[in-house]
Design a protein around this ligand. Structure first.
Ligand code: B12
Ligand code: SF4
Length: 605
């Protein structure tokens, strides 16, 4: 394996998930990943693109996908065969607490002299505890680590000073943990690129398709995301990406937006190669009217062809949809309203709109050409009772009726699981929001992750609805919404029947696990193991079919041509590099040269 500067590794949520029997439940029903959360952070792509642009050779390895795809995949042998000056591991989402640290241990076992750096929001929150593990040398904190990472690589290669690297938590020779100031917090998001062609180049360079795909089924459903900003203007109480969390824990007191022109360029670039739908995450309406106008007109200018979906944090007005429809052919909307009950939603921190406004916005969007409207509801939020969850399901029936069972409306109910986000208001002050935490430290979360079912794994209990009630009410709501969708013709009868039996079976397995756990300790392990196959099968799309989340898309000749051109260019680049005995850094499609100075370097951040 040729030596590169940095290998970025994405671990499965639970490292040895193949050897354990765990009923993860519906924890990942609303995202493209399986319950081992094999999707790596978008930041892997932005960091890799940025580092490569500055001459640092980076390889992304999605260990989680490799392990999922090949049951016999030998992780240790694979890691032993890697050769890098530095290994980076993400612990961005807390559900990776177990897998990420175990992978770090394997890296250290085979590469004891190679440093290991962690990063991501959860790493930032638990940075000191993380550094106390032998296998972790550094943590890069904050939401923008591209440039600090470049400086760290430089320091490692040239024996430079670690105390000068912003955002770095590090161990010195004595083993003491040092915390440098969290001073690298750029005020915009313009110096980075979400350049997916980097990932494609990586496939070509390392002849490794599955090691770099963002999630297991990505080749079947090549969805892409683009981002309007870092941070959030809202303050939802259980969210670890809220204004509060960014201010208190990640050093950010203002949202950093990406210029609309650059965002349009990202999207233009994606649609050149990738046929899938595109999600624009983090409500761009937060940035104001001018931004909105420039962005939407820019999308029209590039001849937006892929389906595009927008996440909004509050219900837009009808005029806005008219504006969207005048500029775009195939656009969709998603809003997470959490509860049908305005009081429960207010307790969650979304008091800025009512359900009546949501109903109106759904009707307005559908009337004005929206291709699809996804509405998300959540269980486990402050003050929400089991009765309220069941009411949400009834409300969804009413909503479908009120839009004449329009098949473009898709409603989903899922649990806030497995964890209440670290660094959220509710995590920092649980009693204020009616919660009791079952885990606080990173190590406590690691231990919870290997418990036998999602009910045990959850890191919180709500005073309004205990874990048993919550699991029950969530499955009930899933059943009810599934029946509503079937009756309304939103999903076909066969799909609905499969989902219904999956939910009923999942409930039985959950109860069986409770019985096993109440029984004698020595009998637990074999009894749980006997349930392994069922637990896994029933944790893939429990409360709805995963395909319900998917938007239609089609591959066109232009995508094939663009990918072939990239393949050719990259192979020529590699052959030249290999003749010189190196893995050459990838050239950025979006930036003029590898070493172009950015606002970051110029210290304008
Ligand atoms: C976009 C997004 C998603 C997308 C993910 C797209 C992707 N591949 O990253 C989707 C919708 C799929 C998603 C899913 C989930 N999400 Co989410 N998501 C977000 C959101 C809105 C923005 C994050 C973002 O993209 N930032 C910008 C990108 C460019 O940067 P980045 O990926 O964060 O990476 C930077 C740093 O984090 C750091 N970094 C990251 N990894 C590493 C590794 C190393 C080695 C280093 C040095 C640095 C580093 O440096 C990067 C570059 O600067 C945040 C909320 C928010 N306001 O921030 C929630 C958020 C991150 N998600 C959250 C959660 C809980 C989840 C889920 C677990 C929910 C669930 N149960 O299904 C899943 C996990 C999916 C999986 N892994 O399979 C929580 C995380 C809380 C926590 N600390 O655990 C957040 C904070 C809020 C929330 N509740 O939604 N999410
Ligand atoms: S859940 Fe609320 S606070 Fe968190 S990212 Fe979404 S809108 Fe912002």
């Amino acid at each position: 394996m040729p030596r590169v500067d940095v290998v970025l590794l994405h671990a499965p949520a639970v490292y040895d998930f193949r050897e354990r029997s765990i009923m993860f439940g519906p924890v990942s029903d609303m995202v493209p990943s399986t319950p081992i959360f094999e999707m790596y952070p978008l930041g892997f792509t932005t960091m890799a693109e940025y580092l490569e642009r500055h001459g640092v050779r980076v390889r992304i390895v999605n260990l989680a996908v490799l392990m999922l795809n090949k049951p016999g995949f030998d992780v240790e042998a694979y890691i032993r065969g890697l050769d890098a000056a530095l290994f980076g591991i993400d612990l961005h989402w807390l559900p990776h607490a177990h897998g990420s640290v175990e992978v770090a241990r394997i890296v250290k076992k085979y590469h004891p002299d190679t440093p290991v750096v962690f990063g991501g929001l959860s790493s930032s929150y638990f940075h000191e505890e993380l550094c106390s593990y032998d296998a972790v040398d550094f943590v890069l904190r904050g939401d923008s680590t591209e440039e600090p990472f470049r400086r760290l690589v430089e320091a490692i290669k040239r024996d430079g000073r670690l105390d000068e690297i912003p955002n770095l938590t590090w161990k010195d020779a004595s083993g003491a943990v040092n915390v440098n100031p969290l001073s690298w917090v750029p005020s915009d998001m313009n110096a980075i690129s979400l350049d997916y062609s980097f990932n494609m180049k990586s496939v070509i360079r390392y002849r490794d398709m599955m090691g770099v795909v963002p999630f297991k089924d990505w080749l079947k459903y090549p969805v892409c995301a683009s981002l309007t900003c870092r941070g959030c203007t809202h303050d939802c109480v259980t969210c670890g990406g809220s204004a509060y969390s960014f201010r208190e824990h990640f050093g950010r007191d203002r949202v950093a937006f990406r210029d609309p022109e650059l965002l349009v360029r990202d999207i233009e670039h994606i649609q050149r190669y990738i046929p899938g739908p595109m999600f624009v995450l983090n409500d761009f309406l937060q940035a104001g009217r001018e931004y909105t106008r420039d962005f939407v007109k820019g999308l029209q200018r590039i001849g937006m062809r892929n389906p595009i979906g927008f996440e909004f944090f509050k219900p837009p007005h009808e005029e806005f949809y008219q504006f969207l429809d005048a500029h775009l052919d195939d656009w969709s909307v998603e809003i997470s309203v959490e509860s049908h009950d305005d009081d429960v939603r207010a307790a969650f921190g979304k008091s800025h709109y009512t359900m009546a406004q949501v109903e109106q916005t759904v009707k307005d969007a559908l009337k004005n050409g929206c291709s699809r409207f996804d509405l998300y509801f959540m269980t486990g939020i402050p003050t929400q009772t089991a009765a309220s969850v069941r009411e949400t399901a009834n409300y969804i029936r009413h909503l479908y009726e009120s839009v004449g069972n329009d098949p473009r409306l898709l409603c989903f109910v899922s649990p806030m699981a497995p964890f209440l986000d670290p660094g959220s208001r509710a995590f920092d002050n649980p009693s204020e929001y009616g919660y009791t935490l079952r885990a606080r430290t990173l190590e406590e979360h690691r231990q919870r992750l290997v418990m036998p079912s999602w009910k045990y794994i959850m890191n919180y209990e709500s005073a309004a609805m205990g874990p048993d009630e919550m699991a029950d009410a969530t499955y009930d709501a899933g059943l009810s919404v599934n029946r509503t969708k079937a009756a309304a013709g939103i999903i076909d009868r066969a799909t609905a029947a499969r989902t219904e039996s999956r939910i009923l079976e999942a409930r039985l397995v959950l109860n069986r696990i409770d019985e096993i756990m109440a029984g004698p300790e020595p009998l637990r392990e074999p009894a749980l193991w006997a349930l392994k196959y069922e637990s896994e099968r029933l944790s893939q799309s429990t409360v709805c079919e995963k395909s319900e989340l998917n938007w239609p898309h089609s591959v066109e000749i232009r995508h094939v041509a663009a990918a072939a051109g990239l393949w050719l260019r990259e192979n020529v680049n590699n052959v030249v590099g290999h003749l010189k005995g190196i893995v050459p850094p990838a050239k950025s499609d979006q930036h003029a040269g590898h070493t172009a100075r950015t606002a970051y370097e110029a210290g304008e951040a």
